[in-house]
Design a binder for this molecule. Structure first.
Ligand SMILES: Nc1nc2c(ncn2[C@@H]2O[C@H](COP(=O)(O)OP(=O)(O)O)[C@@H](O)[C@H]2O)c(=O)[nH]1
Ligand SMILES: [Mg+2]
Length: 409
């Protein structure tokens, strides 16, 4: 396949043993194809194109408005020489690239930017009400509304306003003071549930079953966790237990490739519990550290889904009675109050041991996490603040509270 792609590029642009063709116009389609294959070829084996042909390729792509995935790759083939000999395309590439690579932001900055929507809305609304006046009942009522709007739930809203009434009534109060009180109250609720997911090394494999409604981020979270555990040097196996759609299986396979995790999959339509059974057996035989099992999440027939999950668990236990060692429920923060129902249902039927709240970056209603913690007391292990592999954060109460309340602490 690589040979074919190489051949294709060489026909277009010359290179290797093939003498360059006389220059000719390439179609946009050819350039598009070249763009796509170039990445693969460069990845698989260095493609030696004469520099001027690389320039032609790069320029053709540029003209066609195609983005260049990795300009460094192309520059690396450029001829060494004095700056004046530098072809214009290199200047273009260099101008487009940042002067120095962006500093890796620390994780609190990542967390804060992930929670920006919630925090911006809250700080804005709070600032509009608390304008350095003495605290009165109307301000407390308005604050209660703001907190309920952000999905913190009535209990939390009352808790915050009661604390303020008790300590600050009829006294000067700033928006910053209110945010500090809010952050403190959030911490009180979240601290007991902020528990890391402990992977017991004595369990080989440590089996994690991922459950949740379609679209809440099961597969993505598995991918992110695979990245995390691989980075810790653990071996990881993934089981494509959402056998309902071919795309779901492929999605997991892509994550497997990206993270270097073996993926156990069967054709779409296969029995999910059979697949899970096989995966646990294989993971055990291969001495894998962590096995994560993806599942389907169609809710239109809730009973059928829950029966399928129960069956998967039963069948896994035939191989390993202590498994699954963790059953994680993914919740989409953008769905707001509905997430509460999902915890209720999955908690009862699937024996959920911990939560992952996803898409906190996409919502101004991040308070839902606090409402869920207050109502169910289930451990919250991770939060998702973006689609990328790095956008999964271990859940820490104080940091979450500070990021949400935008308080200076
Ligand atoms: N912004 C954002 N998107 C997410 C996050 N987690 C997942 N997604 C996206 O949500 C969509 C559904 O995720 P997926 O993992 O396929 O959900 P599943 O059906 O439960 O497996 C995908 O487009 C993901 O990229 C997150 O933390 N933030
Ligand atoms: Mg999925």
């Amino acid at each position: 396949m690589v040979e074919k792609k190489k051949g294709f590029l060489q026909r277009l642009f010359g290179g290797g043993d093939t003498p360059p063709e006389p220059a000719r116009e390439h179609t946009v389609a050819e350039d598009l194809a070249a763009d796509i294959v170039l990445d693969d070829v460069v990845e698989a084996a260095p493609l030696v194109l004469p520099p001027d042909q690389e320039i032609a390729l790069e320029e053709a792509m540029h003209e066609a408005g195609l983005t260049i995935e990795s300009p460094e790759e192309i520059v690396s083939h450029a001829p060494p020489g004095p700056p004046e000999a530098t072809p214009t395309y290199i200047e273009k590439v260099e101008a487009a690239a940042p002067a120095e690579p962006p500093k890796k932001r620390n994780w609190f900055q990542r967390l804060a930017s992930g929670l920006k929507r919630t925090s911006d809305q809250l700080t804005g609304n709070i600032a509009a009400v608390f304008t350095k006046k003495k605290l009165d009942q109307q301000m407390l009522d308005e604050l209660e509304d703001i907190l309920i709007q952000a999905d913190f739930g009535i209990d939390m809203a009352t808790q915050v306003t009661e604390t303020l009434r008790r300590d600050r009534f009829d006294r000067d109060i700033s928006a910053e003071d209110v945010r500090e009180v809010l952050a403190d109250e959030i911490v009180k609720v979240l601290e007991p549930v902020a528990q890391p997911l402990v992977v017991d090394a004595a369990q080989k494999p440590f089996v994690i079953l991922m459950v949740g409604v379609n679209g809440t981020g099961k597969t993505t979270t598995i991918g992110k966790l695979a990245g995390l555990y691989r980075a810790q040097g653990k071996s990881v196996m993934l089981a494509a237990g959402d056998t309902f759609r071919a795309a779901a299986i492929e999605q997991l396979q892509v994550w497997g490739q990206r993270t270097g995790a073996e993926v156990i999959a069967k054709p779409a339509g296969s029995d999910a519990s059979g697949l899970a059974y096989e995966a646990v057996e294989r993971a055990r035989a291969e001495g894998v550290d962590v096995l994560m099992i993806d599942t389907a999440g169609r809710l239109h027939n809730r009973d059928e889904l829950m029966s399928e999950l129960e069956k998967i668990i039963r069948v896994i236990r035939k191989v390993e009675p202590s498994a699954p060692h963790a059953t994680l429920l993914t919740l989409d923060a953008t769905t707001g109050q509905n997430a509460l129902n999902q915890v209720e249902i999955f908690g009862k039927r699937a024996g959920v041991t911990g939560l992952v709240m996803t898409k906190l970056d996409g919502t101004a209603r991040g308070g839902i996490l606090v409402a869920i913690a207050q109502k169910f007391g289930l451990p919250v292990h991770f939060i998702g603040v973006g689609e990328g592999i790095d956008n999964l954060e271990a859940f820490a109460a104080r940091d979450f509270a500070t990021a949400v309340a935008g308080s200076a602490k």
